[in-house]
Design a binder for this molecule. Structure first.
Ligand code: SAH
Length: 238
């Protein structure tokens, strides 16, 4: 091989590598292969049984909810940064929290902590209406247009403080909180319908995922597993 030829090839290879590193974008088909594998290994194998939840996670394109440079790792077993210091939850945690809500299809659900909009999209596959509140304006706006572009017509996104819930549409059949307050916010318990359930991570340094249910006017709190979420900011905890 002549010297020029070698140089040319090296430059070409470098160029291809550079493109590969800066834009790790795969064809859509490979994302669905990765997604299927994620559902088998991270969701079903770990004990998620609800068929509707499994189907929803199999369907929602998680790679479209992460920043472009994380697309290639969108289906790995962990949380990922989504900007503004926030994260999209680990797929298993999304599945577990969703399963705990036991949605049948006709519910009105409130989510606190829209973030990327991924969890809202999963809920939108499983319930009648989803109302989601996000305290960081940029994230709320981004999630809103993303969900709209993906054709989710049954999700409403609001920029605001989740400690207040979303009174206008209350009470809710189910509530899911994806950021961690120190204590269970009273207003959210108030906006939960009789017979409904709320999943919420509670605590600061160590957190526990809790299932709060309301039956015959009584509130019951059950510990599920230790978790790690970003803190719930704003409201009384400011
Ligand atoms: N469910 C999201 C992940 C959320 S990360 C997803 O699927 O991508 C937690 C989010 O909660 C962050 O975006 C954070 O800004 C938001 N948050 C924190 N405190 C909040 C509050 N008081 N009200 C509403 N959102 C809040």
């Amino acid at each position: 091989m002549g010297r020029d030829n070698f140089l040319e090839r090296t430059l070409l290879l470098g160029f291809i590598l550079l493109i590969g590193i800066s834009m790790p974008v795969f064809p859509e088909r490979s994302y669905s292969v990765m997604r299927k594998e994620m559902v088998d290994k991270q969701i079903i194998k770990r004990g998620i049984k609800n068929e509707r939840v499994i189907e929803a996670i199999r369907k929602v394109p998680r790679h479209k909810f992460v920043p472009d440079h994380y697309k290639a790792v969108a289906y790995t077993d962990g949380p990922l940064p989504i900007g503004e210091g926030q994260t999209i939850s680990q797929p298993y945690v999304v599945a577990l929290m969703t399963e705990l809500l036991n949605l049948q299809g006709d519910e009105k659900v409130l989510e606190i902590g829209t973030g990327s909009g991924y969890q809202a999209a999963v809920l939108a596959e499983l319930a009648d209406k989803v109302y989601t509140v996000e305290i960081i304006k940029e994230l709320a706006e981004k999630a809103k247009s993303k969900l709209k572009n993906l054709g989710y017509k049954n999700v409403k996104v609001k920029y605001g403080d989740g400690f207040k819930g979303w009174e206008e549409y209350a009470p809710f059949d189910a509530i899911i909180v994806t950021c961690a307050p120190k204590d269970i916010p009273g207003e959210l318990v108030k906006q939960l319908k009789e017979g409904g359930g709320m999943v919420i991570p509670v605590g600061r340094l160590s957190q526990e995922l809790k299932l709060v249910t309301k039956k015959d006017g009584k509130v019951r709190v059950e510990d599920i597993i230790p978790v790690r979420f970003v803190p719930m900011t704003g409201g009384k905890e400011k």
